[in-house]
Design a protein around this ligand. Structure first.
Ligand SMILES: [Zn+2]
Ligand SMILES: [Zn+2]
Length: 203
């Protein structure tokens, strides 16, 4: 969070609502000194206050966090555009649904490009009760293994981390449609479309 940008945005939204710092503070049950501190960029709102703040100011939390009323185009936040990032140094895994700059261990990470299934990176999906049971035919040795499997549905990302010596299998709760991804530490990201997998119907 860039507190200076966030503070400026809070101030301009508050003024749009024709509220004084005191009035906003009263609504939020905090001191007007806190509001003044935010607006001067001397501190960012606590995460626990963001929900209420966004309600009162009439913008979503992401906008407050970005400190900018012109974030990505609506569509860029769509789950279809989910991007994965993997840090080669520490193994950290991150996702984003829009344009973003993600860094880890002091380096900017490029989003992973996905490939489609080949013989060495194959996924099988079985429906077991309320779950999709996903098995991957791939070795799980220390230097070559599947490091995560993710299931993207229209409104969520479910990501399961795997480690060497584990079995390459995971379970996801069944949802309508979606796309599966898996990440091999040597060969990168692999994508499996729902149609291929017979992963339920798209509503
Ligand atoms: Zn890292
Ligand atoms: Zn591989």
């Amino acid at each position: 969070m860039n507190c200076i940008k966030v503070g400026r945005l809070i101030q301009s939204l508050r003024k749009d609502k024709r509220m004084t710092q005191k009035e906003l503070a009263l609504l939020m049950n905090i001191s007007d000194k806190t509001i003044s501190k935010w607006e001067r960029g001397l501190g960012c709102p606590d995460v626990s206050l963001l929900g209420e703040l966004s309600n009162i100011l009439g913008v979503n939390i992401e906008m407050i966090l970005s400190g900018d009323l012109n974030p990505n185009e609506q569509d860029e936040g769509n789950m279809k555009n989910v991007k994965f990032y993997a840090c080669q140094s520490c193994g950290n895994i991150m996702t984003s649904t829009g344009a973003s700059s993600i860094s880890c261990c002091g380096r900017i990470l490029e989003s992973l490009l996905s490939k489609t299934e080949n013989d060495e990176h194959k996924i099988t999906v079985h429906e077991i009760e309320e779950d999709y049971f996903v098995t991957i035919k791939h070795e799980m040795s220390r230097d070559h293994y599947i490091s995560f499997v993710a299931y993207i549905s229209y409104d969520r990302v479910m990501l399961i981390k795997l480690y060497p010596e584990q079995l390459a299998e995971v379970r996801f709760p069944k949802m309508h449609g979606g796309t599966l991804y898996m990440y091999c530490n040597r060969h990168g990201l692999w994508k499996y479309e729902k149609k291929k997998l017979g992963l339920g119907r798209v509503t």
